[in-house]
Design a protein around this ligand. Structure first.
Ligand SMILES: Cc1cc2nc3c(=O)[nH]c(=O)nc-3n(C[C@H](O)[C@H](O)[C@H](O)COP(=O)(O)OP(=O)(O)OC[C@H]3O[C@@H](n4cnc5c(N)ncnc54)[C@H](O)[C@@H]3O)c2cc1C
Length: 314
C-alpha cells in the first residue's frame, strides 16, 4: 500500500503560499498548507489594499486573505494551523516537522514564509515594543492619536506609513540617514506636500530614552555634522527593512547574507532552491518588491513548477 504522503507541503499562508496552493490543488496534487502563527500573512494586519488588481475601490487586507483561504478550501486544499520547525530530507522527499513534534511527509515543499520587521538594534528597543516603539504604523497608528511621533526609514514602507500616521497624529518626523528618499516618486509626492510631516535628513536614532516605563524621547545624531539633539516624541515607528522567516531552513537551503532564500539559475524551475524538490515564493526570497501581487505571482510559478517537476519524476 502506498504511504500517505503529500505531493506538496506549502509552508506559509500569505498570498505566496495560498496562490501556490490554488495551482497545486487544481493540478490534482495532494496539498497541505501550514498556516504559521499569522494565518493569511502580512496583509491581515493592514487595512485597505489599493494595488491588488480587480478591486477598483481597493479591498481590505484581512478580507482579501480570507477570500484566498476560502478559495483554497473550496478547491479541496487542506490548510492546517501550525508552525514548521524543521524540514528534513528523506528518501521519498521531505519530512516537515511542526512545533509540538508532529511530522508530515511530502514529495515536494514550497517555502512561502514571508518576512517581518527589522529593528534598529538599540539596547532597550525590544522592551519598548508596544510601549512607544512599533514596527507597524498601520497596526498601531490609532494608539498615537494627537501625539508627535517619529518614523525611521526612507523606503516605500516608511513613506507610506508616515503618510498613514498623519490621519491620527499631530506630527510625524521622518528620520532618514540619507539626504534623499529611496521611496518611489508617487509615494514621495504624498508626503513631501503633507504639512504634518517634517523630514529629518542625514540622521540616525542613537538612543531611546524611557520615561515612566515608556518611550519618552530619542537622541538623534546628524551623521554629516555630528550634531545631536533630543526629540520629545510620543511614539517611534521603525520601517528600515525586513527579516525573512527562514531560520528554520538554515543549513538546508542556500540563502543570501540576510537570510533571503536563493533560487537556482535554472530555466526549467526558476523557483527551485538549492535543494531539488524545495521551491520558494514571496517575501522570504524577495528583498526588492515586497508586494502581495509579486508574492502571488511567484506562488503561481512555484505551484506550476512543482506540478511539472513531479510529473518529470513519474
Ligand atoms: C502593514 C503592511 C501593509 C502592506 N500593504 C501592502 C499593499 O497595500 N499592497 C501590497 O501589494 N503589499 C502590501 N504589503 C506587503 C505584503 O503584505 C507582502 O508583500 C505579502 O504579504 C508577502 O506575501 P508572502 O506570502 O510572501 O508572505 P507573508 O504574507 O508574510 O506570509 C507569510 C506566511 O508564512 C507563515 N510562516 C512564517 N514562518 C512560518 C513557519 N516557520 N511555519 C509555518 N508558517 C510560517 C506566516 O504565518 C504567514 O502565514 C504590506 C505589508 C505590511 C506589513
Amino acid at each position: 500500500m502506498e504511504k500517505n504522503i503529500y505531493d506538496t507541503v506549502i509552508i506559509g499562508s500569505g498570498p505566496g503560499g495560498l496562490t501556490a496552493a490554488i495551482y497545486t490543488v487544481r493540478a490534482d496534487l495532494k496539498t497541505l498548507v501550514i498556516a504559521g502563527k499569522e494565518a493569511g500573512g502580512q496583509l491581515v494586519i493592514t487595512t485597505l489594499v489599493e494595488n491588488w488588481p480587480g478591486f477598483p475601490e481597493g479591498i481590505h487586507g484581512p478580507e482579501l486573505m480570507k477570500n484566498m483561504q476560502k478559495q483554497v478550501s473550496n478547491l479541496g486544499g487542506e490548510i492546517r494551523q501550525g508552525e514548521v520547525e524543521k524540514v528534513e530530507k528523506i528518501n521519498e522527499g521531505f519530512g516537515v516537522v511542526l512545533t509540538g513534534g508532529e511530522r508530515v511527509e511530502a514529495k515536494s515543499v514550497i517555502v512561502a514564509t514571508g518576512a517581518g520587521a527589522r529593528w534598529l538594534g538599540l539596547p532597550n528597543e525590544k522592551e519598548l515594543i508596544g510601549k512607544g516603539v512599533s514596527g507597524c504604523a498601520t497596526c498601531d497608528g490609532m494608539f498615537y492619536r494627537d501625539k508627535v511621533v517619529a518614523m525611521v526609514g526612507g523606503g516605500d514602507t516608511a513613506v507610506q506609513e508616515a503618510h498613514f500616521l498623519t490621519k491620527f497624529v499631530q506630527k510625524v518626523y521622518l528620520i532618514h540617514r540619507r539626504d534623499e528618499l529611496r521611496a518611489s516618486v508617487a509615494e514621495q509626492k504624498k508626503i513631501l506636500n503633507n504639512a504634518k510631516i517634517e523630514m529629518v535628513w542625514n540622521s540616525e536614532v542613537k538612543e531611546l530614552i524611557e520615561r515612566e516605563g515608556r518611550l519618552g524621547s530619542i537622541r538623534v545624531e546628524n551623521n554629516k555634522t555630528g550634531e545631536e539633539k533630543t526629540m520629545e516624541i510620543g511614539g517611534l515607528f521603525v520601517a528600515i527593512g525586513r527579516v525573512p522567516a527562514t531560520k528554520f531552513l538554515e543549513g538546508l537551503v542556500e540563502m543570501n547574507e540576510n537570510g533571503f532564500v536563493k533560487t537556482r539559475t535554472n530555466e526549467k524551475y526558476p523557483t527551485m532552491t538549492s535543494v531539488t524538490g524545495i521551491f520558494v515564493a514571496g517575501d522570504c526570497s524577495d528583498s526588492v518588491y515586497k508586494q502581495a501581487i509579486v508574492a502571488a505571482g511567484e506562488g503561481c510559478k512555484a505551484g506550476l513548477e512543482v506540478e511539472k517537476w513531479l510529473e518529470s519524476r513519474n
